[in-house]
Design a protein around this ligand. Structure first.
Ligand SMILES: Cc1cc2nc3c(=O)[nH]c(=O)nc-3n(C[C@H](O)[C@H](O)[C@H](O)COP(=O)(O)OP(=O)(O)OC[C@H]3O[C@@H](n4cnc5c(N)ncnc54)[C@H](O)[C@@H]3O)c2cc1C
Length: 484
């Protein structure tokens, strides 16, 4: 079918809005990543039946389909050249005592507000705050500040309802049709995964050994295995009291060396910022001009004893402890602006592609990660800004490159990722693979593991129409669709 025929033909078979207007296509050609890809059509399904029809149509004509939530993913995983499915209308919320059933297009902010009236919350909390959707969070296996205590999306997912690449509606767990793939995963020897606290690279077959785990395979699958219609997620009671300690260190290395001791106290969050970020902080704390970096440590349990203990164990200087909820919220807002502050640091001829921004390593190896980074940034002559989820060993490294150095991106990524893998890490802790990292998934995992990923993909999407080129990829995409 010719691209110009896709929109009119699709609109004849579904009741929902389908747009192939140039302005809409431009709007959906970008997300929060550094990439741009113009789709042929954008569809706004109103229900499951629309999705099934669209998938069957796409499968018949071999047209790629990419689901999209809020489009705030950082690696281009919601961009595609075929049909984009904007999931906003799948917005139903049904509250349970200790869980919530949500449509995949539900915005986290709306869910948070409703849960708050019941004194509850969901665990994963990406720093984009209210502006992402449940489908996108599942798609990337998003985490966030409090994932140290409450886990990533994968750890909080209880059920998934989705439409696979053949247009079949599937409920997980409890679907016996996937016994074969489970057996393959279970019986495979030499499957190896990094021993890290969070991981959004590849398919999480490490979490799937029984049929009851199958829904976990969908977390982090970036729309490549199915279009999520709805999901059931765990909820938690809001903590009664919280306390935030701000610790100052002379250097990043000193700070990350302290993290293994701090996490022994079981905090709910441990976040780090370098001086590029701390200089934006506009609250009254005693910060000397020598501030190399800060760590924020939050406790939401055993506050008094944890506060006492942290003074004893830290090698840094505690410059503030705060227990007022509103003030703590303001401090976290500062943390949530770290990416915006980073963007303010680049000049006209520079770019800051999301590329090496999401590595995660065992916490004890954070000093090694910094060494690897120092070596590579010196070799290629680029500056970095560092912040992130230190308690999980997950550092967001914003690399500031000159526009004319774009041709070096692949080498930089390749060398950095090989360093990360060599110290037992994963190339993505929470943002996923997308255009930036899918070609490096083969580097992360051994051949047996990667071959299993391919079989998983084939089982769910035999015609490869669901977000092709993401996670399983034979082509290099890291610079192909970069916007400069
Ligand atoms: C300032 C900023 C801060 C951020 N901080 C964090 C952070 O702390 N932690 C973190 O984990 N992430 C963070 N992110 C990344 C981003 O917030 C997450 O990736 C988020 O979950 C994306 O949600 P979305 O709704 O925008 O998804 P999109 O970007 O629209 O989609 C993401 C992926 O999910 C797939 N998808 C979407 N809906 C469905 C569906 N219904 N079915 C199947 N697949 C689907 C898409 O195809 C795509 O592959 C940050 C981003 C920004 C811009």
């Amino acid at each position: 079918m010719k691209p110009s025929q896709v929109g009119p033909s699709l609109s004849r078979i579904v009741k929902c809005t389908v747009s192939w207007d140039a302005q809409i296509r431009n709007l959906y050609s970008v997300d929060a990543s550094s990439y741009v890809v113009k789709p042929q059509v954008v569809a706004f399904p109103r229900n499951e039946s629309d999705i099934v029809k669209i998938i069957k149509f796409a499968r018949k004509y071999g047209i790629p389909v990419t689901p999209r939530g809020a489009g705030v993913g950082l690696v281009g995983s919601a961009l595609g050249r075929g049909i984009i499915l904007d999931m906003r209308h799948l917005d139903e919320i049904r509250l349970g005592d200790d869980h919530v059933k949500v449509g995949s297009g539900v915005f986290k902010g709306r869910l948070d507000k409703i849960l708050q009236t019941r004194n509850r919350f969901i665990g994963p909390d990406p720093s984009i705050g209210p502006h992402c959707t449940i489908g996108g969070m599942i798609g990337t296996n998003a985490s966030g500040i409090h994932s140290l205590k409450y886990g990533s999306t994968i750890d909080n997912l209880i059920q998934v309802r989705m439409v696979d690449g053949s247009g079949t509606v599937i409920n997980f767990p409890g679907n016996r049709d996937f016994k074969k793939i489970i057996n393959k995963i279970r019986s495979s020897e030499d499957v190896s995964f990094p021993k890290v606290s969070k991981n959004s690279c590849g398919y999480r077959i490490d979490k799937v050994s029984l049929e009851k785990d199958l829904h976990k395979l969908i977390a982090g699958s970036e729309g490549t295995l199915g279009i999520i219609v709805s999901a059931k997620l765990r909820t938690y009671p809001l903590p009664k009291n919280i306390c935030l300690c701000i610790i100052h260190y002379g250097t990043l290395t000193e700070a990350v060396r302290d993290v293994p001791n701090i996490i022994k106290l079981q905090p709910s969050a441990v976040e780090i910022f370098d001086s590029n970020i701390t200089k934006h902080i506009k609250i009254k704390i005693k910060m000397s001009s020598k501030t190399g970096c800060l760590i924020f440590v939050e406790f939401d349990n055993m506050i008094q004893s944890s506060k006492k203990k942290i003074y004893k164990i830290t090698s840094g200087q505690i410059i503030k402890t705060e227990t007022n909820r509103d003030k703590i919220k303001k401090l976290w807002n500062f943390r949530n602006s770290a990416l915006a502050y980073s963007l303010q640091s680049i000049t006209k001829n520079e770019i800051m592609p999301h590329l090496i921004e999401d590595a995660v390593v065992p916490v004890k190896r954070l000093p090694l990660l910094l060494k690897i980074l120092e070596m590579i940034s010196k070799k290629y002559g680029f500056k970095v800004i560092i912040y992130g989820h230190a308690g999980n060993g997950n550092l967001h490294v914003m690399s500031i490159l000159r526009q004319r150095d774009i041709h070096r991106i692949k080498n930089i990524a390749s060398e950095f990722f090989s360093g990360v893998i060599s110290i037992g890490g994963s190339i993505s802790g929470e943002h996923g693979d997308g255009f930036a990292r899918s070609e490096f998934v083969k580097m992360q995992y051994n051949k047996k593991t990667y071959d299993l990923f391919k079989q998983v993909k084939k089982q769910f999407d035999p015609k490869n129409i669901l977000n092709p080129g993401k996670i399983i990829s034979d082509h290099s995409a890291v610079t192909r669709n970069l916007k400069v």
